[in-house]
Design a protein. Structure first.
Length: 396
């Protein structure tokens, strides 16, 4: 064992640090029945539990969770042209819902035949929307299926359920946005207020919320505070742990629960301060600092070296910007990361080129400047516009 690993092991197993990890541990369930089923990363199983929650069959809350979720969707989509129609439906006292899973590949199809209403929910956890294809893309395909299957006497609503309230792609304006936080907020309200919960229902409710928190699908403000405070106190040591090679941490820690909690903590590594970057070229450094000042609410530094760095967009989590100094030009590449539908050979090629799994479409923006005075508001406005175009996925 080298000296660095030895020191880190002493730090990790120090009583003070162990107590801090115990605080993380207290935030999660010891026994999560849904996690045992392998539900964590499988969208199909996530959608199965949503179907159970929205139904009235077993948990004895009739359609309360469904009703409260739709109310939250209405609040979040005030400008959607179908919203008034949805408001009228939600006021109906008696629903008669049939909930289908993977009907025509649709994640969740809710049909109220009595009241002539169809609600289509596309549930995205880690996968991305398919936007291409002869069918016009995934959401367009589902919309056409529903329109063909249910005549004009039905009111049809489409909900795009994602982690970060992502908008449906261009041309799919009928899709309302929603996130999983809307569902868990309703469940937590029930857990606090209801006394008639069966033990089975309570376990499933708590397991579902716990699982979403562990997978970063919903916000956990208590955990955020705990982990951010630990990072403030032990930044240097945690940075060293973060830099360990793949497998080294597992060699230091054999307790799986402790390892999992430490990995959760490492995800809270603060973004680098752009002004502290070791960039030798003053022209490039000035440009980077000014971009950071302009876009500080949208971006953060993820990785850097002397020649180049990239910044990660905190809104989409999929747009990366590379900036490098070449002679008298500042070159900016806006890369939109897409979900890979690739074979192993293609993945290997992308891994080798980008050090990341994904399919990139490049936007290259060349800025020709020779001195700091040329880095003015006009240039920064242009750069911000290019940044926003890349976020929206537009092409040059």
């Amino acid at each position: 064992m080298n000296e660095k690993v030895k020191q880190l092991k002493e730090f990790i197993f120090n009583d003070d640090f162990q107590n801090k990890l115990i605080e993380i541990d207290k935030n999660f369930m010891d026994y999560n029945i849904l996690e045992i089923t392998g539900m964590g990363h499988q969208e199909t199983k996530h959608s199965n539990i949503l179907g159970w929650l929205f139904d009235d069959s077993e948990h004895n809350f009739e359609y309360k969770i469904f009703n409260e979720f739709i109310k939250k969707v209405i609040v979040k989509n005030k400008n959607n042209e179908k919203i008034e129609e949805l408001k009228k439906y939600i006021k109906i006292k008696k629903y008669n819902l049939d909930i289908y899973r993977e009907e025509d590949n649709i994640d969740l199809l809710i049909v109220d035949t009595k009241n002539k209403v169809v609600i289509t929910i596309e549930n995205k956890i880690y996968a991305k929307e398919r936007k291409d294809g002869d069918d016009g893309g995934q959401l367009n395909k589902y919309e056409n299926i529903i329109n063909d299957k249910y005549d004009k006497t039905y009111s049809k609503f489409f909900i795009f359920l994602t982690i970060n309230l992502e908008q449906a792609s261009q041309g799919n304006g009928n899709w309302m946005i929603a996130n999983h936080q809307m569902i868990t907020d309703t469940i937590e309200e029930i857990l606090k207020s209801e006394e008639k919960l069966s033990l089975k229902t309570e376990i499933i409710f708590e397991s579902y919320i716990d699982l979403l928190k562990k997978r970063n699908i919903i916000k956990d403000t208590k955990l955020d505070t705990i982990c951010n405070n630990i990072w403030k106190e032990h930044k240097n040591k945690l940075n060293l742990i973060h830099e360990l090679k793949r497998g080294e941490l597992e060699n230091v820690i054999t307790d799986q629960k402790l390892l999992n909690h430490l990995k959760i903590l490492l995800k809270y590594k603060p973004l680098m301060n752009i002004k502290d970057l070791d960039i030798e070229n003053e022209l490039l450094k000035t440009l980077i600092i000014k971009i950071d000042d302009r876009l500080k609410d949208k971006i953060g530094i993820v990785k850097a070296n002397i020649r180049q760095f990239y910044i990660k967009n905190n809104i989409t989590k999929t747009t990366f910007v590379w900036i490098a100094k070449n002679k008298n030009n500042i070159s900016m590449n806006f890369n939109q990361l897409k979900t890979p539908n690739l074979n192993n050979e293609e993945k290997a090629s992308i891994l080798n080129k980008y050090n990341n799994i994904g399919k990139f479409t490049n936007r290259e923006f060349i800025v020709k400047i020779k001195d700091k005075e040329e880095i003015n508001d006009n240039l920064l406005n242009l750069i911000e516009d290019e940044m926003n175009n890349s976020i929206r996925g537009n092409r040059l």
